[in-house]
Write a protein that binds this ligand. Sequence first.
Ligand code: TTP
Ligand code: MG
Length: 377
Amino acid sequence: MTGDQAPPSILNERILVHCDLDAFFASVEILHRDLDPNRPLIIGSDPKGGRGRGIVSTCNYAARAFGIRSAMPIGEAWRRCPGAPFGTGHYISGTRGLYSRASRKVMNLLREPAEHFEKAGIDEAYLDITQAVEGDWDRAYALCRDLQKSIEAKVGLTASFGIAPTRILAKMSSEINKPKGIFRMLPDETHEFFVERSLRDVPGIGPKRATQLAEWGFNTVDEAYELGELALGRIAGERFASWLIRVVDGATSKEVSPLRSRKSIGKEHTFSQDKSDQEQVLATLKSLVERVMLKARTIGVAGRLCEVKIRYTGFETHTHGRSIPVAMDDLDVFSRLAERLYAINVEQNRPIRLIGFRLGQLDMPSTRQAKLLLEEE
Ligand code: TTP
Ligand code: MG
């Protein structure tokens, strides 16, 4: 390179990681119930001896060996691998509350080394570790190996990692060596990665789009890419064409931010008996606000909208909201706001069944000036 400007691709090169837990619900159940991991475990609706009409939520890898998959009719799963007394399949319905606890433990481990962290679902997260590994892709690999080991040692679950220059490439990479895999795609390997790769493997390409392209004779990503943006655009639309070219070039989003996967943070509490005592309801509301604001701080976001939800006996529900001018993560501010909203709106003498608080219109936390502005208001 000559001149004093580095090419943009080098300037903003990031090292992103996508972590996805292996057979998450099934693995948590196996751990919790101390089950044999080699016996097929299917989580879903009641199979009713093969006559059940629901679907498979998920299953472990032993069940996947029988061809059982998420979203498959439970009856078909039964035919592939029946439960007792006809076969070895173990059918259960999931345990509520079990998974979010395990998820939280894992997320806390993953969050630690990342300069930017985004929980993208109950069992997946994006990490930007560029600075943590000083832009070194070998150190990135080693860091993921360490994370994988510590998740297994401390939580008892296995996870797969994808390391790549963009979000979508990291997500695709975490699938490659699943389970308990790590796959690293270097910035100059993106084209090679897509050779003979099915278009359906790209998140965002659905069956309709894939069929449309197949009718033109294109089944793999490299075939579609070779067409070039213009010709591909005529077949599949300009927007799609330009997007697909950028995916292969590693030019799509590198942003890792909690705001991408989350619109609001809320908590609610249903009383075991409807409450007529305003003080008790208010105390519960305050503790909800505390929990929500603690969560906002942990994630690293602030909010502009304060919402209080009141459900009276008989299920009639009202939501009362107010916005502030700038996003904040200050507990005092939202405590006072929530209390005021409650006091103004609550219908006295009506027993309350549920109380809730939600922080909305999320944004990055602004500086201390924001609070001053608000106090002047
Ligand atoms: P996935 O990551 O899609 O699946 P998985 O973790 O079971 O398997 P893999 O090893 O292939 O990653 O989803 C994570 C969990 O979310 C999964 O264990 C069950 C739950 N889930 C549902 O309940 N319904 C769904 O439609 C999907 C996709 C997942
Ligand atoms: Mg998973």
